[in-house]
Design a protein around this ligand. Structure first.
Ligand code: ADP
Length: 402
C-alpha cells in the first residue's frame, strides 16, 4: 500500500480521526475513520469505521490521552491500527496560526511553543489542538507530525482586507486583524476550479462559499485569497447554524449595559444561540427546510436572513475581484441544499450568472457545474475534503523531511 496519513482534528471534548491514503480519489471513503467523543463526561464513546463495518467502545474517557489510546486499541483490534499499518505522517488540524504561519509545518517543540503562544487568539480551539498534538506525539514518537492551519491560506491577504479600522496601536498590541478560517477547505476547493475551467490557476478569479455548520466566503485571485468573511474569530461574516455572523459591535455594549448580560453570556448567545437557530429554533438545514414546508414563519425568516447575508458577501466579492470566472459552493449546506444555491444565485443574469435548474437539482457526490453552458460566470458544486487536504500536506512534508 502507498503512504497512509493519520489525520486528527482534536476539539475540546472530541477527537475526529481518519486514516487517509493521500493518493486516493476525493470521493473514495477513507481507509478508516472514527470519533472519540464525550471526553471528560461520565460516559465516553469511541467509534471506528473500517472495511464497511462500524465498531464502538463505550467507557469513561477522562482525557485526550485515554481517548486516543482507546482509539488506537480499537484500530489495532480490527486490523487497521499502528500495529498493523504503517503511518507515514500525522496531520493535525490547527485552527489558529496567527500571522506566524502561512503554510503547514512539521511540528517540533519550537513550533508547538509558537502554537501555544497563539492561545490568546483562539482560547477555545488551540488548547484542544495542542492537546491532540501532544498525545499523538507521545503515542507515535517516530512519525513526523504536521500542523495544518485553518488561517494559513489568508496569510497573504492584502492589508486593506486584513486590517480593521480601529486604533492601530491597540490592534498591534492585541493581534487584532482579520485572520480568516476554513482556509484548508477554501484552498482545496479553489485549486480544483482552474481544472474544471480548463484555465491556468494564475488567470482565475473566483468566489468560494463554504456553507456548513460554520460558513464563510472567500474571494480568490490567481490562487491567492484576497478577502474572506470570517475575521479575527470564526464568529464573523455569514449567518451560520448557531453563529450570528456580522452584527453591529454596538449590540455587544447594549446587551452588556442595558440588558445586564455578562461577556460570557453574550459570547454564548452569539456563538451558540444565534444564526439560523437563533431565529428559527433549529440549526440544521434539513430541519429548517421541513419547517419552511410547514409554513413556519420564523424558519422562513431565518432562511431569508441567511440568503440575504450570503448575497451581500457574493456581491462585495464580485466588486473586489472586478471579474469573476467561477463561484463554487461546498460543505454540508453548499453541497446538498439546492434551494440555497438557487436562491443565492437568483436574478443575477445581468452579472453573467445563469443557473441551470436541472443541473442544480441533481444530487451527486461529484464535483459538477450547475450553471448553463452559456453562463459567463461558471457556478460549481465541489465537495470539500479537508481531511484529504491535510493528509496530502502531512505526507508531502514528511517525505520532504526524510
Ligand atoms: P461542519 O461545519 O460541522 O463541518 P458540514 O459541512 O458537515 O458541517 O455541514 C453540516 C450541515 O450541512 C448540517 O447542519 C446541515 O444543515 C447541512 N446539510 C447536510 N446534509 C444536508 C442536506 N441533504 N440538505 C440540506 N442541508 C444539509
Amino acid at each position: 500500500m502507498s503512504d497512509l496519513a493519520l489525520v486528527l482534528n482534536s476539539g475540546s471534548s472530541s477527537i475526529k480521526f481518519q486514516l487517509v491514503d493521500p493518493e486516493r480519489h476525493a470521493t473514495d471513503e477513507p481507509f478508516a475513520s472514527g470519533l472519540v467523543e464525550q471526553i471528560g463526561e461520565p460516559e465516553g464513546r469511541v467509534t471506528l469505521k473500517y472495511a464497511g463495518e462500524t465498531h464502538t467502545t463505550t467507557a469513561p474517557i477522562p482525557d485526550h490521552n485515554v481517548g486516543l489510546d482507546m482509539a488506537f486499541e480499537l484500530m489495532n483490534e480490527h486490523g487497521c491500527g499502528p500495529a498493523e499499518v504503517e503511518i507515514t505522517a500525522v496531520g493535525h488540524r490547527v485552527v489558529h496560526g496567527g500571522i506566524l504561519f502561512s503554510s503547514p509545518e512539521i511540528i517540533t517543540d519550537e513550533i508547538l511553543g509558537m502554537i501555544r503562544d497563539l492561545i490568546p487568539l483562539a482560547p477555545l480551539h488551540n488548547p484542544a489542538n495542542i492537546n491532540g498534538i501532544e498525545v499523538a506525539r507521545r503515542i507515535l514518537p517516530d512519525v513526523p507530525h504536521v500542523a495544518v492551519f485553518d488561517t494559513g491560506f489568508y496569510h497573504s491577504m492584502p492589508p486593506a482586507a486584513a486590517l480593521y479600522a480601529i486604533n492601530k496601536d491597540v490592534a498591534a498590541e492585541h493581534g487584532i486583524r482579520r485572520y480568516g478560517f476554513h482556509g484548508t477547505s477554501h484552498e482545496y476547493v479553489s485549486r480544483h476550479v482552474p481544472e474544471m475551467l480548463g484555465r491556468p490557476a494564475e488567470e482565475v478569479n473566483q468566489i468560494t462559499l463554504h456553507l456548513g455548520n460554520g460558513a464563510s466566503a472567500t474571494a480568490v485571485r490567481g490562487g491567492r485569497a484576497i478577502d474572506t468573511s470570517m475575521g479575527m474569530t470564526p464568529l464573523a461574516g455569514l449567518v451560520m447554524g448557531t453563529r450570528s455572523g456580522d452584527i453591529d459591535p454596538g449590540i455587544v455594549f447594549h446587551l452588556h449595559r442595558s440588558a445586564g448580560m455578562s461577556i460570557d453570556e453574550i459570547d454564548r448567545l452569539l456563538n451558540r444561540d444565534s444564526g439560523v437557530k437563533g431565529i428559527s429554533g433549529v440549526n440544521d438545514f434539513r430541519a429548517l427546510g421541513e419547517l419552511i414546508e410547514e409554513h413556519n414563519e420564523d424558519a422562513f425568516l431565518a432562511y431569508n436572513v441567511y440568503i440575504h447575508q450570503l448575497r451581500r458577501y457574493i456581491g462585495s466579492y464580485m466588486i473586489a475581484l472586478g471579474r469573476v470566472d467561477a463561484i463554487t459552493f461546498t460543505a454540508g449546506v453548499g453541497e446538498n441544499a439546492a434551494n440555497v444555491r438557487a436562491d443565492a444565485m437568483a436574478n443575477l443574469e445581468n452579472f453573467g450568472i445563469r443557473i441551470d435548474p436541472e443541473r442544480n437539482a441533481e444530487r451527486s457526490s461529484l464535483a459538477r457545474e450547475i450553471s448553463t453552458d452559456d453562463s459567463p460566470v461558471k457556478v460549481f458544486v465541489i465537495p470539500t475534503n479537508e481531511e484529504l487536504a491535510i493528509a496530502r500536506y502531512a505526507v508531502e512534508l514528511a517525505n520532504r523531511s526524510r
